[in-house]
Design a protein around this ligand. Structure first.
Ligand SMILES: NC(=O)C1=CN([C@@H]2O[C@H](COP(=O)(O)OP(=O)(O)OC[C@H]3O[C@@H](n4cnc5c(N)ncnc54)[C@H](O)[C@@H]3O)[C@@H](O)[C@H]2O)[C@@H](O)CC1
Ligand SMILES: [K+]
Length: 220
């Protein structure tokens, strides 16, 4: 069993799974979204009116896929897409295109977050490497102030996934669904206060030690 991992370690496992094992990244993204839906629908949250907040990276792509899956299940869901769609990561762009084909049109502004019963936070994940831009920080503060339960995808947005430091502003989550392994930042510093209940979900990404157990030819 692998303990908590840093963002850098997780990125290496992601890349190995995609480039060496050959699992398509969109398959991993769909599994991430399904894992998020599983925790969201497990009874802790009221799904009467869901908001998904998605950023431009792959964490946002997980969120867009979740919004589409929720809509397909008949859940009332809004998708707040934050940032210029033309600058979105490749897989996020694909997710947006699919969501739109199903009739899910993103909004780019929410006046009052209190109209929702739960908020899915897919703004930033392990890829956050610099302080949150001021405008997004203001939005994060509005979300926290609304006092609506938030479920964070992989990491509460704005939290450094490795150190647990706040990168300007960070979401305060009721629960965090994190993929493959807990991230070290969830278990130290502000991460302890900001992550809520932590759910670790297998999405098919493994550390070298675990891969070695499947296939001894893979070096630990
Ligand atoms: N690499 C992979 O194959 C997988 C990645 N997954 C998800 O992808 C995340 C990592 O994705 P990325 O490495 O793309 O990074 P993130 O999505 O964590 O962040 C992307 C970068 O974009 C910036 N950014 C995002 N929205 C912005 C906005 N509106 N305005 C300005 N800047 C913005 C952030 O500052 C950050 O530097 C994981 O935490 C996980 O949720 C999962 O889909 C599983 C598979
Ligand atoms: K997040």
């Amino acid at each position: 069993m692998t303990d908590a991992v840093t963002a850098h370690e997780m990125q290496q496992y992601d890349q190995y799974t995609i480039n060496e094992i050959g699992v398509p990244s969109l398959v991993l993204m769909e599994r991430a979204a399904l894992a998020g839906i599983e925790v969201l629908g497990a009874g802790q949250f009221d799904l009467s009116q869901v908001l998904v907040i998605a950023g431009l990276g792959n964490n946002g792509g997980d969120g867009v896929a979740m919004a589409r899956l929720l809509m397909q299940k008949g859940v009332s869901v809004d998708l707040l897409f934050v940032g210029d769609e033309n600058r979105a990561a490749h897989n996020n762009t694909i997710q947006l295109k699919i969501a739109k084909k199903y009739g899910l049109t993103p909004v780019n502004r929410v006046k009052d977050f209190r109209q929702y019963t739960v908020i899915v936070d897919a703004l930033f994940g392990i890829g956050l490497s610099k302080p949150v831009p001021v405008k997004l920080g203001e939005m994060i503060k509005r979300v926290n102030a609304a006092n609506i339960p938030v479920i964070s995808i992989d990491v509460p947005s704005g939290l450094n996934a490795t150190t647990g430091e706040i990168m300007g502003s960070a979401i305060r989550a009721a629960a965090t669904v994190t993929f493959a392994y807990p991230k070290t930042g969830l278990l130290q510093g502000e991460g302890i206060k900001r992550s809520g209940s932590i759910f670790v979900k297998d999405i098919g990404i493994y550390s070298p030690a675990e891969l070695h157990q499947f296939n001894p030819e893979i070096e630990e």
